[in-house]
Design a binder for this molecule. Structure first.
Ligand code: HEC
Length: 130
């Protein structure tokens, strides 16, 4: 009997551990903000397009935009600019790219999304780029 109890306790702990591990990554919108402003915006301001404020789109529009993963009138992708390869290519001149050089791409993308959704026209805190 004692044995069975110990076993079931062990099973319970294993289950609890598994469910914690399976939980979705909790996006860090502050990290997303830093990346958006330092990497995305620093290029946009150097281009004719100029800065693109999160508050120019609604939450739904940002979700659709990021889901489609098409960037600059379909010329490339948003994920390209979130990739480790891109961060590596600019990190010598970009502090955020250097700081987040090893951040998993998926996490960084979630962070950026959280910032854009939060800063959307109808978001919790409509945001500009600066
Ligand atoms: C190396 C430069 C560069 C970087 C880095 C960059 N963008 Fe852009 N982005 C552009 C250019 C250029 C345009 C404008 C394209 C046009 O209108 O012809 C653009 C346009 C956009 C637009 C307007 C809609 C569209 O796709 O045309 C959004 C939104 C956008 N970028 C988001 C992002 C996000 C998010 C990041 C960072 C993860 C990012 N960009 C990084 C150059 C860049």
């Amino acid at each position: 009997m004692k044995h069975a109890k110990i076993l079931s306790a062990a099973a319970l702990i294993t289950l609890m551990g598994a469910s914690v591990a399976a939980q979705a990554y909790e996006a860090d919108w502050k990290r997303g903000r830093v990346y958006y402003r330092s990497v995305c915006t620093s290029c946009h301001v150097a281009m004719p397009v100029g800065s693109i404020n999160p508050s120019t789109k609604t939450k739904a529009e940002w979700s659709v935009y990021l889901q489609a993963d098409k960037h600059a009138k379909d010329k490339d992708t948003v994920s390209k600019y979130v990739s480790k390869a891109y961060r590596a290519s600019i990190k010598s001149g970009n502090k955020a790219a250097e700081k987040f050089a090893d951040t998993p791409e998926k996490e960084l993308m979630e962070d950026i999304k959280a910032f854009l959704i939060k800063g959307a026209k109808d978001g919790d805190a409509p945001a500009t780029c600066s």
